[in-house]
Design a protein around this ligand. Sequence first.
Ligand SMILES: [Fe+2]
Length: 348
Amino acid sequence: MSEASASGTIAFERSHDIVIDAPAAVVFDYVTNPQSWPEWIAVSHRVESADRPLGRGETFSEQWFSRQEVRLDWIVLEADWPQRWVAETHADFLGPIVVRYDFEPLPGGGSRFRRTVRNPARPKAPTPAMVDRIDAEAETALGNIKARVEQGYATRTAARCDAIGAAMADIHGLVGGDAPDRSVLSKVRDRLVALAMRADLFPRGDLPPPFPDEGKRSILYRLAEDDDHGFALYANASLGGYGTPAHNHTTWAVIAGVHGNELNRFYDRSADGGVAQRGELEVVAGRGVAFMPDDLHSIHIDAPLLNFHLYGLGLEQLHRREYYDPDSRQWSVFPAHSDIRDARAGRA
Ligand SMILES: [Fe+2]
């Protein structure tokens, strides 16, 4: 916990962790917004900072009260969403103070949050009573974080499910029992765009992209699907660096942007059996695209993104989607999608 150095100071470190029933990214976005600190740690009285998670190199100040009121000027040293965040300040009576937050996803959708406080050059070691007090304050603080994050996440999840349910009911009403034509699909697109504009219900952290060590670029979350697998709505959460060749869907499809930018290119089948591009659209917040079953498109995602993909039939049921490989000049069949995560209420 503490060790003496040649300079006569003491290095001290104390770490505490807690399991929280919310994705790591949700916890990350809460605790790395310094405006949250006075909500969960008693000694933090007031913070002057932007009201959002802070990135590397950003600074903020904190009015801190221990034995006396102290102003601490902080700088963020690391911000590796949603895994690690480190900030440093300096106090006359303690020397440097470094806080490190680590976030670990757990099976079932929850996460473990670890908060480590390090004083690399304390004038002297804390007494056992001081360490007990540090532990007690940390236990209270982490309990406060857990309560606030879990309550906010549960409330938002319920509101999100209600909004998705209302949108899907409207879309069922628009499509009815027949295969939709382009006119109907444009109305479906507009309704999906309206849902996507509720960005407050779809923060990136609630439906996070893969952790970098998961070995994949994107995750599909199932948001809605009928019992017969019709009207399947997914959220695509991507790290970026992902794309597809030109392909069809064999069912109707609609895409709407929530966060980020998905470039869509549109194609016709060309006379030589390949494809010829006939346009493109950047799908961002407020925009969508709709496709008839035989329409061709490719997608190109450079940076992190969250968007909606709605299909007339679920992706696990689409066994005949064709894509065109321009190198081999061959059409091939996409394997049906698997590894879709359920994000419907009560099924995660
Ligand atoms: Fe597609």
